[in-house]
Design a protein around this ligand. Structure first.
Ligand code: ZN
Length: 151
């Protein structure tokens, strides 16, 4: 019999791999992050603190007139190969390429000038982050400085 690992067994390895990195994925806000928050709390009594970037949200932001913003739609828009779609590794690679293209697109829209709020504790800039209970200002000195502020 093949032993299929449970999520509870896999999760610590995933968390170790992720460290304090920003998690990126398509539709992760309403899907993956929900499971991650829930199971980190359920199995390890921990609140996941990683920020995340949802490429579905970015896609909607950059292309409000596009009818669908599924990962495959975004890949097609950019001429990225959709071969092997819905297989985990192919989807990851496709998602990474879509993420990179969207980031370039957002760079054009954003144009640099963002108001900078500074951390009252350590003086480093604050940035908007996504967390368990929505958006908040977090210190860029995280995890050294854990200052946060509601938006
Ligand atoms: Zn700080």
């Amino acid at each position: 019999m093949v032993h299929r690992s449970t999520f509870q067994e896999i999760l610590p390895r995933f968390l170790e791999f992720a460290g304090n990195d920003i998690l990126a994925g398509h539709n992760i806000q309403s899907f993956d992050m929900k499971f991650l928050y829930r199971d980190c709390e359920r199995f390890f009594q921990q609140t996941l603190t990683n920020d995340y970037v949802d490429t579905l949200k970015l896609g909607r932001l950059c292309y409000p007139n596009l009818r669908h913003h599924r990962l495959g739609d975004m890949a097609e828009l950019y001429g990225i190969s959709t071969e092997g779609a819905h297989r985990a590794l192919s989807d990851c690679r496709m998602n990474q390429q879509v993420f990179e293209r969207l980031a370039k697109e957002l760079g054009k829209i954003g144009g640099g000038k963002t108001a900078t709020k500074l951390c009252p504790n350590c003086g480093q800039p604050l940035m908007k982050r996504n967390g368990r209970y929505g958006e908040f200002w977090g210190c860029t000195g995280f995890p050294g400085c854990r200052y946060t502020e509601n938006i």
